[in-house]
Design a protein around this ligand. Structure first.
Ligand SMILES: NC(=O)c1ccc[n+]([C@@H]2O[C@H](COP(=O)([O-])OP(=O)(O)OC[C@H]3O[C@@H](n4cnc5c(N)ncnc54)[C@H](OP(=O)(O)O)[C@@H]3O)[C@@H](O)[C@H]2O)c1
Length: 266
């Protein structure tokens, strides 16, 4: 199936910056009508002005995805304004970099709230509209950490694994309603991600500046939605790591453990 995004009525979370902002631009360029959601109303309004100047039909709904009332308001406002809903892109997310042994229960809960419960409960609220939509789809922006748990990303890996798992179950269930489920698995991207981490205490030399641009990821998201892919891995190093892990899981784990010992000692 090939999905034409012209006139599609969509919600995008995490639209204020990074991958979300670039995805908003790409979706509008592809012809979608878009509700922009995140907590930063000022950034969303500035983006909306730019998109409208380019001919986009966009709407700003300041939203904290961890807040049930905000989630409901987002879906109802978008569905009212557009007369329905066809696409939900769950992109909002937060990272936390550091080992589990020095982390806190609060960090674990926060990461799960933003990266797992937020998108999942937003999807629950959106489903009654999506089931009546035109070629409807839910897109979840997960991470390569959702396909391979990475040291110093324990909470983040768990949250993204959970989202990948939920999406896999949904795919079968939502087939009853003809609602497609697209899982996007990006690798390192040079966005504002690291400025928003809950903590930055890891030791590896992460080179986000050598990763993809947000526009690269946005192009991948839109292409996956258009071609209705079940799952796409984006980025060279994510593809390489996940492929290597698939064929040589023991060696991958050994190499990772060796690196951790070298960086952290015993
Ligand atoms: N950058 C990477 O290397 C990378 C790699 C793989 C996957 N990802 C995933 O890609 C997605 C986008 O990340 P990014 O790289 O663009 O990072 P980013 O620049 O930090 O953007 C994160 C977005 O999420 C929003 N957000 C955070 N908490 C929120 C909340 N409680 N409610 C609503 N919105 C919230 C932020 O907006 P406000 O602050 O305005 O709320 C912002 O728009 C995330 O799911 C991330 O896990 C990123």
């Amino acid at each position: 199936m090939s999905r034409d995004l012209t006139g599609k009525r969509a919600i995008l979370t995490g639209a204020s910056g990074g991958i979300g902002r670039a995805t908003a631009e790409a979706l509008v360029k592809a012809g979608a009508r878009l509700a922009l959601a995140s907590r930063n109303a000022e950034a969303l309004n500035a983006l909306a002005d730019t998109l409208r100047a380019a001919g986009g039909d966009v709407l700003v709904v300041p939203t904290d995805v961890t807040n049930p009332a905000d989630r409901l308001r987002l879906v109802e406002t978008a569905a009212d304004r557009f007369g329905g809903l066809d696409v939900l892109v769950n992109n909002a997310g937060v990272g936390s970099w550091g080992h589990f042994s020095t982390s806190t229960p609060e960090i674990l809960r926060r990461v799960m709230e933003v990266n797992f419960f937020g998108p999942v409960e937003l999807t629950r609220v959106a489903m009654p509209h999506l089931t009546r939509g035109n070629e409807p789809a839910v897109v979840n922006v997960t991470s390569m950490c959702g396909r391979k748990g990475m040291p110093a990303w324990p909470e983040y890996s768990a949250s993204k694994f959970a989202l990948v798992g939920m999406a896999e179950a949904w795919r079968g269930e939502f087939a009853r309603f003809d609602v497609d489920v697209v899982t996007v698995v990006p690798g390192m991207t040079d966005s504002g991600f690291r400025e928003n981490w809950l903590r930055a205490e890891g030791k590896a030399d992460l080179k986000f500046e050598d990763g993809m641009t947000p526009a690269d990821v946005a192009a991948g998201i839109v292409a996956a939605l258009k071609s209705n892919r079940r799952e796409v891995v984006l980025g060279r190093e994510a593809k390489r790591l996940l492929r290597f892990n698939r064929f040589f899981p023991r060696l991958t784990n050994w190499l990772i453990a060796r690196k951790v010992r070298k960086l952290y000692g015993r």
